[in-house]
Ligand binder design. Structure first.
Ligand code: 13P
Length: 251
């Protein structure tokens, strides 16, 4: 099977106002002028900017995603946003199970799985996040924790087309700390093994992103690790110049 097409994904988290359209337009310009190598470029802004960014990205080389969805299609869930609503904006992806959702909103693997199923139902691709805390790594539980999250969070009908996995060690998010390339290699190999055992060829084709303090200065090293098929970038995705420096790893 040919190697999965990598993704350079930006997760803007709770950042960005209408004025941030300047960065979105600048990114489109850079990607249209310099291409993105063999990578797909994806930005996941807050819900409030999905419509605006859909207009900016439409027909360009940049795709759009959201950061979370509710499991239901509609109904009495004040303040929530469904996968169908996200699809309706023109987005193609939704992140589910980010560690900040798991921590801030108590989302269990079962909840994350229901959200991934909602994404498939709406015709969105799900980026399902997993990752260990610092304490879990220090007590050598990384592989067990990550594989447990994969088992509990990925729906049985996941395919290589509908599902992307993001490995984000919690202790590396927003801290400037990253695992060594060898550590990333070990965890990504274990993830690939888990996926292939459960999904066969589909597990070979699912893209595995690394996330946690990815910057222009470390992107090339991290993206060249075996079984790393892209990056999920927080802080360094907010400025087009920085994110473009990460896309450079694929040019
Ligand atoms: P940082 O790149 O800011 O560490 O965030 C990573 C992340 O959580 C992306 O989802």
């Amino acid at each position: 099977m040919s190697a999965p097409k990598p993704i350079a994904a930006g997760n803007w988290k709770m950042n960005g106002l209408k004025a941030s359209a300047v960065e979105a337009r600048s990114l489109v310009e850079k990607v249209s002028q310099q291409g993105s190598g063999d990578a797909e470029v994806l930005i996941c802004p807050p819900f409030t900017l999905l419509g605006l960014f859909a207009d900016i990205f439409g027909g360009t080389g940049v795709t759009l995603g959201a950061q979370d969805c509710h499991a239901n299609a509609s109904g009495a869930h004040t303040g929530d946003i469904s996968a169908e609503m996200i699809k309706d904006t023109g987005a193609d992806y939704v992140i589910v199970g980010h560690s900040e959702r798991r921590a801030d909103h108590g989302e269990s693997d079962a909840v994350v799985k229901a959200k991934a199923e909602a994404a498939y139902r709406a015709g969105l691709k799900a980026i399902i996040c997993v990752g260990e805390t610092e304490g879990e790594r220090d007590s050598d539980k990384t592989i067990d924790v990550v594989c447990g999250q994969l088992d509990g969070s990925i729906p049985d009908d996941a395919t290589a087309e509908t599902t992307v996995i993001a490995y984000e060690p919690v202790w590396a998010i927003g801290t400037g700390k990253t695992p060594t390339a060898d550590d990333v290699k070990e965890v990504h190999a274990a993830i690939r093994d888990n996926l292939v055992k459960r999904f066969g060829a589909a597990g070979e084709g699912m893209r595995l992103l690394y996330g946690g303090s990815v910057k222009p200065s470390n992107a090339e090293e991290l993206m060249s690790v075996a079984n790393v098929n892209g990056a999920l970038v927080g802080g360094a995705s907010l400025k087009a110049d920085d994110f473009d420096g990460i896309i450079n790893a694929y040019r």
